[in-house]
Design a protein around this ligand. Structure first.
Ligand code: HPA
Ligand code: ZN
Length: 324
């Protein structure tokens, strides 16, 4: 089964590129850029990744990215991830990027976008790995800051596939970002949003109605609202589920308790993703394997889930045909 899951062509639709920063690269970039870290070793960094909830993770995630300073750093970050993903049978990666987290520390948008852009072109050429980019807004920061970022990103609109919404969910409902998502729609950009990870099912509904998203990132709490589940099923709305993330952030206590089998049973359109692989203990293959261990799914289930991701991906139709 491991060989089958490794060879299965996988598209990853929910990944934060800053969440691919492995402790080894974090240490190397800290050294290269003269940034001091509150850790003495790679082991100490890993030992700190003992999260109690989303916020306890976000604190370390924002601290970790302090080592990313130059375009080369962003290029190295993404290329390192693309190589690992490629080795696990990933054929397409859609990365969220959090520019506000970099702007706030004095790193220019051009630095981020040029570094990631170089890595994307190399991935295509060197690994035959296609990529997409989702510029995410931090929902725990003001909506007008998101709007300013979207306008500031004008030189990169062409390189964006979608806008997204991430960071601390509770107390930051999607409707706060209606205006900036409307603007993104007018620019011809697709929209996705994290909802129903820690937040209530109402946030999923709001993401559908106020932000007009084409995918819900996480969405696992939809099961608390049967009417919502019915709507998600009817619309074949894609949920980008991240099993190991949910486990590590204590959305579930044990993988065996994960709602994935119930979501599947409800007829929802699901995909499996890694979210922040460097922080949550595994990439795409590990997430697939964790599901196999916990739920005993057959090859057919994994073929379906991997197929859903190819169908829902932001990619040219010619590429989709090639991957089908
Ligand atoms: N949830 C919300 N925001 C995030 C995450 C996540 O899992 N990872 C990076 N930003
Ligand atoms: Zn996420």
């Amino acid at each position: 089964m491991r060989d089958f899951l490794k060879r299965l062509p996988k598209a990853e639709l929910h990944l934060h590129i800053e969440g691919t920063l492995e402790p080894e690269l974090m240490m190397a970039l800290a050294e290269r850029n003269g940034v001091s870290l509150p850790y003495g070793s790679v082991e100490a960094i890993r030992a700190a990744y003992d999260f109690t909830d989303l916020q306890s993770f976000l604190d370390l995630y924002y601290q970790g990215m302090s080592v990313l300073r130059t375009a080369r750093d962003f290029e190295d970050l993404a290329m390192d991830y693309f190589r690992r993903a490629h080795d696990e049978g990933v054929v397409h990666v859609e990365m969220h990027v959090d520019p506000q987290a970099h702007l706030a520390r004095g790193v220019a948008l051009a630095t981020v976008m040029e570094g990631l852009g170089r890595a994307r072109r190399r991935a295509e050429r060197e690994l035959d790995l296609s990529t997409a980019m989702i510029m995410a807004f931090l929902r725990d920061r003001p909506a007008d800051e998101a709007l300013t970022l979207l306008e500031q990103a004008a030189p990169y609109w062409e390189t964006l596939d979608a806008v997204g919404l991430d960071s601390a969910e509770r107390g930051n409902p999607p409707a706060k970002f209606s205006e900036v998502f409307q603007r993104a729609k007018a620019l011809g950009l697709a929209r996705v949003a994290h909802a129903g990870e820690e937040g209530p099912p109402d946030y999923i509904l709001e993401a559908l109605d106020a932000l007009e998203v084409c995918r819900i990132d996480h969405g696992v709490r939809c099961l608390e609202d049967p009417t919502l589940v019915e709507r998600l099923r009817e619309e074949a709305m894609v949920l980008t589920v991240c099993p190991l993330s949910n486990l590590r952030l204590k959305v579930v206590e044990r993988m065996e308790d994960h709602p994935l089998p119930r979501l599947l049973e409800a007829g929802l359109t699901l995909t499996l993703n890694s979210d922040d692989p460097a922080y949550f203990g595994g990439g795409m293959l590990d997430n697939f394997l964790a599901c196999r261990r916990a739920f005993g799914w057959s090859r057919e289930v994994f073929l379906d889930l991997a197929g859903n991701a190819i169908e829902a991906a932001f990619m040219p139709e010619a590429r989709r045909t090639e991957l089908r």
